[in-house]
Design a protein around this ligand. Structure first.
Ligand code: FAD
Length: 492
């Protein structure tokens, strides 16, 4: 007779905090359909399978590990009732809710509950749901970086100190980020994916390479420790900067481990706070990191559920162009613009790049060109090791593409080459000039920025934050030529 308390854990619920007891019986399912349905980055497919199989091996007899074509086929082989923590996608939530014998529990893996967000959102009265205000509530609710009733250090937000351009010598003097060592399970996964690809059962985007992200709880904890000791001290000042030779800079590389459920967000937050209280890192770095995890990550999770199914299809700017092949295929070598080529190369070779390249290089380019937001969302979901459906709603649809018409940000994240020039070292060695709008050297981001404004002038006319730029638009010499050049541009 099956144990009545068997906990079904999805492949992004792999940490101990998804169980009620250390010795609780577990069900793990590896469904081939998930990897066949979409063309994922090869390294993402590897990471997810490796993490799932490592968890099965670690649990031994405690886990029933079923490898099957679909979840339904797998469940048909399991006897007895199951419990499952609320899954992270709407489709999986609906699927589990409709199954006999499966009890769905509240979600885990986040620091704040749904009711916390809904109560806060209800108090906004239909106005913008800005992350900053949610974040302050989350700090209070979890007692993070607080001194009594107020923020530690007297200020909630240290962003102004945290927007430094990159250091002039082109890299930060830091040890390389934590890298796990592959083992026999990774070798098995590689062989399995190679064979599935050869048989035409699965197809991938991006290049294979050594696994760079944690697949076990032990590796994830090592990665967190390594980050706090080595990179957190400089996380704050350089969090928005980009360097061609140093894509990691001071970032934590923890998103994949967090999203697989190998780390609990509060343990990351507490580790950063502890390092600050012990005097090992400045407040601006600790706060900057806490803001990412307890602010942005939590906020994006709730945005996904709050706005409902239709949000992923929002297209307020009527952007309908298809993603070009070179972008979809991560063909970095065919791109001349140094920023885009470098960032696309990072995605191709490791399925990761930090926040600003995602927003201001990849997302910005798509926004300027009017690429379809849902198609772009699918691309981000598939091509990044940390990509999941819940992350796409707020980050891609809302923040990066302004496809919700400004529910979560006050203006579109569109910027010309001068922003990229200020925050990176990409431009000085580029064939394009960030200040040029026309001619051979016209920077695709600068021309693209004016094209974006010209195309959306009417739709954005009520946005007070864009009013100065929209006024400037009509003063641009040869605007029609700029627009025509950008419209005709095939590849940047
Ligand atoms: C267009 C776009 C797409 C994105 N897609 C993803 C994605 O698929 N998966 C993902 O986890 N993050 C995504 N992000 C958020 C962010 O870029 C990544 O979390 C971060 O770059 C991961 O690298 P890191 O672990 O070194 O992060 P750090 O810079 O070290 O930040 C620490 C942690 O904060 C969390 N975090 C910070 N910002 C966000 C955010 N906006 N949303 C969710 N979590 C956040 C992550 O868990 C991250 O590990 C996206 C952002 C944009 C603008």
């Amino acid at each position: 007779m099956a144990d009545p308390e068997r906990r079904w854990c999805f492949a992004d619920q792999l940490g101990p905090h998804f169980l009620d007891r250390k010795d609780q019986p577990v069900l793990l399912i590896e469904s081939r359909a998930v990897l066949r349905r979409r063309r994922f980055h090869r390294q993402k497919a590897h990471l997810v399978l490796s993490a799932l199989r490592h968890r099965a091996a670690e649990l031994g007899d405690q886990a029933l590990f079923v490898q099957a074509g679909t979840y339904r086929e797998a469940l048909a082989r399991v006897r007895g009732p199951l419990t499952v923590c609320g899954p992270t996608s709407r489709a999986a939530a609906e699927f589990t809710a409709g199954l006999d014998g499966v009890t769905v529990l509240p979600s885990r893996g986040f620091a704040t509950g749904r009711e916390h967000f809904e109560e806060w959102a209800a108090g906004r009265d239909g106005s913008h749901l800005l992350m900053e205000s949610f974040y302050r509530g989350a700090r209070r609710a979890t007692g993070t970086l607080m001194d009594g009733d107020g923020p530690a250090g007297g200020r909630w937000n240290l962003d102004k100190e945290n927007r430094e351009p990159p250091p002039p010598d082109g890299e930060l003097p830091l040890p390389t980020p934590y890298r796990p060592e592959e083992d026999a399970i990774d070798a098995e996964v590689r062989e399995y994916l190679d064979a599935a690809e050869r048989r035409g059962e699965m197809s991938f985007v991006g290049r294979d390479g050594p696994r760079r992200f944690p697949a076990t709880r032990t590796e994830a904890r090592r990665a967190l420790r390594h980050f706090v000791e080595n990179r957190l001290p400089t996380f704050g000042p350089y969090e928005d900067a980009m360097l061609a030779a140093d894509p990691a800079m001071s970032h934590s590389f923890l998103s994949a481990a967090l999203n697989l459920g190998l780390l609990d967000p509060m343990e990351c937050v507490r580790a950063a706070e502890r390092a600050w209280r012990e005097g090992a890192v400045p407040l601006r770095s600790a706060e900057g990191f806490v803001r990412q995890v307890l602010g942005w990550r939590e906020y994006m999770w709730h945005v996904y559920w709050h706005f409902g199914r239709g949000y992923a299809r929002r297209n307020a700017l009527r952007a309908r162009r298809r993603l070009p092949r070179w972008f979809a295929e991560l063909d970095a070598d065919s791109v001349d613009a140094r920023c885009l080529s470098s960032v696309l190369r990072n995605v191709r070779d490791q399925g990761w790049t930090h926040h600003i390249p995602r927003l201001m290089v990849l997302g910005n380019y798509a926004l300027q060109r009017g690429w379809h937001p849902a198609e772009l969302s699918d691309w981000f979901h598939r091509c990044f090791v940390d990509g999941y459906e819940w992350v796409m709603a707020g980050n891609v649809i809302g923040m990066s593409q302004y496809a919700d018409g400004g529910r979560i940000v006050t203006k579109p994240y569109a910027a010309g080459g001068s922003y990229i020039n200020r925050m990176s070292d990409f431009c000085h060695d580029c064939v394009y000039r960030p200040t040029a709008r026309t001619g051979e050297e016209a920077c695709p981001y600068t021309g693209g920025y004016w094209w974006f404004l010209a195309r959306n002038e009417e739709r954005l006319s009520g946005n007070w934050r864009l009013a100065p730029q929209l006024r400037n638009l009509r003063r641009i010499d040869g605007l029609d030529d700029v627009v025509a050049n950008e419209r005709a541009r095939r590849r940047p």
